[in-house]
Design a protein around this ligand. Structure first.
Ligand code: GDP
Ligand code: ZN
Length: 299
């Protein structure tokens, strides 16, 4: 058996890179019926494969993941893996064309924190904004920075502030999140000299026909920086995060938590809640209201 890196995953199939060669692999039976995840293997996984012929192999073992990002699968209540062994998420967002609700950003942020991954917020398409919209975005950025997040505003298309992003990617494996149309492909093409020949495209040499759904794919930025590109999703259900865990995934709540009267305070309608007292001060009302929306989504 040899060790490799999953660079593209699509259901029970994946492309595994070993040195500079890509093997198209199927997953060994024991992994097919995972009751945790709907997709057994994902880009970023370290795996051991046995080679069956020149271009093909079988994934025999999936090595332990440092971490992963997952959402709830639509088909069943299992997890749907998006990427694994990740240092940070880059959450691409736009407030115009398309407009996306901030609650989606909040879900990406709290999931990242829950899965032990540092999130970075990227507002794309700043070139499209008029004066009023710039003021609106400045306010949003200000509030998220105050909450403790890294925020970068860019234009992928017109290459505004892309150096700020490049410097964040050095020596990191970065998972790209964001709904479709926000500019993920445009950004990746700007960042990667390799983007036109994505790592896994080499596999097309194997001529095994086209895959229909690609779940995620690794793209090389340079020697030590890899991006995991994911298909966009508009909304998602949180995976593995209990209703009572949500409150812990807000850095700005955590600062005041220990001053709440009740140690299990959910900051909703308990008396003596120190978090609620901070609304409009250290806690942004919109974030708090979206927190309530996320909690309501459980029942
Ligand atoms: P993806 O679905 O997230 O991969 O989005 P794409 O990269 O395909 O971009 C969707 C559309 O938005 C395309 O028409 C892009 O040209 C456009 N776009 C991407 N980035 C920008 C940007 O910074 N400014 C403007 N004005 N358009 C952009
Ligand atoms: Zn409280």
């Amino acid at each position: 058996m040899i060790e490799g890196l999953v660079v593209k995953s699509y259901g029970k199939l994946c492309n595994v890179k070993v040195n500079n060669f890509i093997y198209k692999c199927e997953v060994r039976g024991k992994y097919k019926l995972s009751n945790k995840f709907s997709n057994p293997v994902v880009s970023g996984d370290k795996v051991e494969i046995s080679i069956t012929d020149k271009n093909n192999g079988v994934v025999e073992n999936i090595l332990e993941r440092k971490n992963y990002f997952a959402k709830e699968s639509i088909r069943d209540k299992k997890g749907h893996l998006i990427g694994s062994n990740i240092d940070q998420t880059l959450i691409i967002f736009s407030i115009k064309n398309p407009y996306t609700k901030l609650i989606f950003l909040d879900k990406c942020l709290l999931s990242s924190i829950f899965f032990d991954i540092k999130p970075i917020i990227v507002f794309n398409k700043v070139d499209l904004l008029n004066d009023d919209e710039i003021i609106k975005l400045d306010k949003i950025s200000f509030e998220y920075k105050k909450a403790g997040f890294d925020v970068i505003s860019i234009s992928a298309k017109y290459q505004i502030r892309l150096d700020d992003i490049k410097s964040k990617l050095i020596d990191k494996r970065t998972l790209i999140l964001g709904n479709s149309g926000v500019g993920k492909s445009t950004l990746i093409n700007q960042l990667s000299p390799y983007s036109q020949q994505r790592i896994s495209d080499i596999s097309q040499k194997t001529g095994k026909g086209k895959q229909t759904t690609t779940f995620s794919e690794i793209i090389k930025i340079n020697k030590n920086s890899l991006i995991i590109d994911t298909p966009g999703f508009k909304d998602f259900n949180l995976y593995l995060i209990d209703k009572s865990d949500v409150k812990y995934q807000y850095p700005e709540f955590n600062k005041f938590f220990d001053r709440c009267k009740f140690s299990n305070c959910s900051h909703i309608n308990e008396p003596g809640c120190a978090v609620k007292k901070q609304i409009g001060n250290n806690i942004w009302e919109k974030r708090y209201n979206n927190y309530l929306g996320i909690i309501e989504g459980y029942s």
